[in-house]
Design a protein around this ligand. Structure first.
Ligand code: TXA
Ligand code: MG
Length: 535
């Protein structure tokens, strides 16, 4: 698809171009447009085919509802059943601007826009180009952020061009976005209003008009597996760069102290302006410490900058969660998958490596250095031992008779029922692995609270999901011939058996790629020296 690029600096003087863009929208096309928050992909909200084009360009699952953008207040009556007094007060104060209000929808709003919900999200942007385009199109425009699904929302024209060129017939350049994070989203369709997405209009400002406004739990916490997402947008891992982020909630001194004590933990720092000189890592900045607006404006840019610099593991200094800072932290914590480090606590390192890689030796050495070792294999055995709550779950899934009269599990019978097809195997794994991860997490967290560093020794670090509770992952590597020699000497098994054991283990290359650190444990490397680099 050919993409036309428009640059609009003054909509009043560029009426012809605005009219061309409006014609595209009227004819059912989707177009990327600037707003004061982030760029959006807009389409006529009453044209289902046009709305589908938005989802197509974004590659977004179509159950995620869209925000409808209006330019005049009266347009809201084509979308919602009624506007309660308090809602009107709120809109009077903050529209046009970075606030989205959710209300029960009219039936004329299609499920394609509302994502099948009985409500619709409405906002009146303040960006003059957005307003001129909506006005000229003569219809409210549904518009999500203009990024490919899963990537940071674009805050400048060049990013939209990167993401959307060839995917849309037109992109409108209206300069850099003022705010840089998406609008505040509040629902008034509940008894007590709920803040679903914090933004430039703050919780306190909302409460000033509405009285009590609840904060949705997912703003600062990961969604639990079975928790309903109030806003479907919460389900997806949004706003994320390719680099893996870990957040340190502490002062500048603590941040620098952590980096000095843990060299090689991260390859980049994301910090506030003026701090980069003192930080012993390559650094990217996002605003100044005491100005959350400046942080919001830079955050998504900084994510993209880190990716373009090839950052792999980034340590980020957390801003304050006050006011607009709540919006910044919400985007940042989610991008970091809620991985936090506290300067006063220990860190959790997951270690993996195939048979004969020398993983056990490494763990012994780390124990001597004061680390607490959690043996994931041992935990795995314990979850199916007599008395474990997992046994009941397994009995429900695979038959009561897998539990022997003495309370132990009949491992053979269980295996004969579980290893029949992928679905059953997956069921067995999901029951046991969830508990294994839970136990390892409890143990590890308790130790880190005491300030101790924890090692999770896990042959299946990645496939088990244990990596997700670690601050970093380490692969102990040795070439096959070295490993073979070691296990032949150690275990007295035949070469054939040894090779069979290797073939059952996970792919070495993939593990190395997935790990934050690869430690070489074969001649001429000195394993103690290698370890000292990282611990
Ligand atoms: O600043 C913004 O709001 C930008 C610009 C382009 O206006 N737009 C934007 O749209 O961020 P989008 O689609 O990326 O995010 C919309 C958010 C999602 O989290 C979605 O789940 C939520 O609003 N949302 C929309 N309608 C909803 C509804 N009826 N109920 C609950 N959540 C809703
Ligand atoms: Mg978005």
């Amino acid at each position: 698809m050919n993409t036309r690029l428009y640059r609009i600096t003054d909509p009043e003087k560029q009426k012809n171009e605005i009219e061309e863009i409006a014609q595209l929208l009227k004819s059912g096309e989707a177009v990327a447009i600037p707003t004061e928050t982030v760029y959006g992909i807009a389409a006529d909200c009453f044209n289902e085919k046009a709305v589908e084009k938005i989802y197509l360009a974004k590659g977004r699952p179509s159950d995620n509802p869209l925000i409808v953008h209006i330019s005049r207040f009266e347009e809201i009556y084509s979308l919602v059943k009624e506007v309660p007094e308090k809602a009107r007060e709120l809109m009077n104060r903050y529209w046009p601007g970075p606030l989205t209000v959710i209300l029960p929808k009219k039936s004329t709003v299609s499920d394609k826009v509302s994502g099948g919900l009985p409500t619709v999200a409405v906002r009146m942007p303040s960006h003059p180009v957005a307003r001129a385009i909506i006005e000229a199109a003569g219809t409210p425009l549904a518009a999500p952020s203009a990024n490919i699904s899963g990537f940071p929302s674009p805050t400048s024209f060049s990013y939209v061009k990167d993401d959307m060129c060839g995917r849309l017939p037109a992109i409108v350049d209206g300069g850099d976005c003022d705010f840089g994070i998406e609008s505040t989203v509040i629902t008034l369709a509940t008894d007590v209003p709920v803040l679903l997405r914090p933004g430039a209009v703050t919780h306190a400002q909302l409460e000033e008009i509405l009285g009590e406004v609840k904060l949705h739990n997912a703003i600062l916490n990961p969604l639990e597996n079975n928790e309903q997402a109030a806003s479907p947008g919460m389900k997806y891992k949004h706003y994320s760069p390719t680099a893996s982020l870990t957040v340190l909630d502490g002062t500048k001194e603590e941040f620098i102290g952590f980096i000095k004590n843990n060299p090689h933990f991260a390859d980049f720092a994301l910090c506030f302006e003026g701090e980069e000189e003192e930080i012993p890592l390559p650094a990217v900045t996002f605003g100044t410490e005491n100005d959350p607006f400046s942080q919001a404006k830079r955050l998504f840019d900084a994510f993209r900058e880190l990716d373009s610099l090839g950052a792999k593991k980034v340590l980020v200094r957390s801003p304050s969660r006050e006011g607009v800072g709540l919006g910044v932290c919400n985007r940042l914590y989610r991008a970091a998958g809620f991985r936090f480090i506290s300067p006063k606590k220990g860190i959790i390192t997951g270690i993996t490596g195939g048979s004969g890689s020398g993983k056990s030796r490494v763990c012994e050495l780390l124990k001597e250095k004061g680390c607490v070792i959690i043996d994931a294999d041992k935990v795995a055995r314990s979850v199916t031992e007599k008395g474990s709550p997992v046994i009941e779950e397994l009995a429900r899934a695979f038959g009561e008779d897998i539990v022997l009269p003495d309370g132990n599990i009949d491992r053979r019978l269980l295996a004969s029922r579980a290893f029949v097809n992928d679905e059953k195997k997956h069921l067995l794994d999901s029951i046991t692995l969830r508990r294994i991860v839970e136990i390892c997490k409890e143990k590890a967290v308790a130790e880190t609270e005491k300030g101790r560093n924890v090692i999770i020794d896990a042959p299946l670090l990645f496939t088990s999901g244990l990596w997700s509770i670690c601050h970093r992952t380490v692969k102990i590597y040795a070439p096959v011939d070295v490993r073979l020699k070691r296990i032949l000497e150690r275990d007295g098994i035949s070469e054939e058996e040894a090779l069979k054991r290797f073939s059952r283990q996970t792919d070495e290359d993939r593990e190395s790629q997935a790990s934050d650190i690869v430690i070489n444990n074969f001649p001429p490397y000195d394993i103690e020296q290698e370890i000292n680099k990282y611990f």
